[in-house]
Ligand binder design. Structure first.
Ligand SMILES: *Cc1c(COP(=O)(O)O)cnc(C)c1O
Length: 318
């Protein structure tokens, strides 16, 4: 199925009860069940919706679509991109652990990493984008590598394939913020990344009407329970261990869920992601070429231009 068709049709069909072709807004806090059903849902032996802080049909439709676009096995939608980053990382971190991050990350994420220091989680920044720079900074306490596909706002580009090999040699996951590129341009999981995060507030929503975030798991990372002891309890979920811990743990307990109304707006916005991205890329390239020729502009930083130091990565590695 091609990208634009997937946006409309993959991993989600008409509403089962009514046949509504667009997922309706289930603006309900709770869902009724018999006492027995409810017990089974809570035990995990039956599937169902109970309370919107945990899951909800409108939100789930959005999660299923993003998971399929990103080639993941499942997703958890959050109240914002920052909530998604916080929860994706804290799901596997504890006091004493280290994050190895690229240095050109989003300002909000940089500030969040400073907040983590108060909880005994420290961050090392790779001195540049080379695999060697990341390799140099890995220690026994490093529990994950964190990058953005194209750093916001520096527009530095990462070699996702090589960084995933480095991460896996060290038995740690590669976590990628794909906000700037979206699955229209890059699908990090197909290049070896383990977990993908988005602020859906930007291109995925596309209309500036909802703050949101989402976490997608590839399901491929083999968690070493000595290194990530908090996942041990979720071993029975197999490749869904990370997502199960998230939904039954920090995500549910912190309560940073997406609202059904925002999920509806995101589902709607997502349908045009392909044509919007195509036009955005055309416009950005034309603007870069125009500014490059304009004598009052000293330099233009755009990875799509041949003279960009990231042009080769952009062309050959992706
Ligand atoms: C905007 C942004 C975020 C934060 O997302 P919010 O939805 O604003 O919380 C995180 N990462 C990147 C790359 C962003 O551009």
């Amino acid at each position: 199925m091609r990208f634009n068709t997937k946006l409309l049709h993959q991993n989600y069909g008409p509403d089962e009860k009514t046949g509504a072709s667009l997922t309706p807004i289930y603006q309900s806090t709770s869902f009724s069940h018999s006492a027995e059903e409810l017990e089974n849902i809570f035990k995990g032996s039956e599937y169902g919706f109970t309370y919107t802080r945990i899951n909800n049909p409108t939100i789930e439709a959005f999660e299923r679509r993003i998971a399929s676009l990103e080639s993941g096995i499942g997703a958890v939608a959050c109240s914002s991109g920052m909530a998604a980053i916080t929860l994706a990382l804290l799901n596997i971190l504890k006091t004493g652990d280290e994050i190895l991050s690229s240095s050109g990350i989003f300002g909000g994420t940089y500030e969040l990493f400073k907040d983590f220091e108060n909880f005994g989680i420290t961050v090392k920044f790779a001195k540049d984008n080379s695999v060697e720079a990341f390799k140099e900074s890995i220690t026994n306490n490093t529990k994950l590598i964190y990058i953005e596909t194209i750093g916001n706002p520096k527009l530095d580009v990462h070699d996702i394939k090589s960084l995933s090999v480095l991460a896996h040699e060290n038995k740690i996951p590669l976590i990628v913020d794909n906000t700037v590129t979206t699955p229209y341009l890059i699908r990090p999981i197909e290049m070896g990344a383990d977990i993908v995060i988005h602020s859906t507030s930007k291109f995925i929503n596309g209309h500036g009407n909802s703050i949101g975030g989402i976490i997608v798991d590839s399901g491929k990372f083999e968690w070493d329970f000595n290194k990530y002891p908090m996942l041990k309890e979720f071993e029975k979920y197999g490749q869904f261990a990370y997502l199960a811990k998230l939904r039954k743990g920090l995500f549910r307990n912190i309560g940073a869920c997406m609202s059904p109304f925002n999920a509806y707006l995101n589902n709607l916005g997502l349908e045009t992601l392909g044509i919007r991205m195509e036009r955005l890329c055309e416009n950005a390239y034309e603007l870069a070429v125009f500014l490059k020729e304009f004598d009052k502009v000293l330099s233009v930083n755009y990875p799509g231009l041949r003279e960009s130091p990231f042009h080769d990565i952009e062309k050959t590695v992706w």
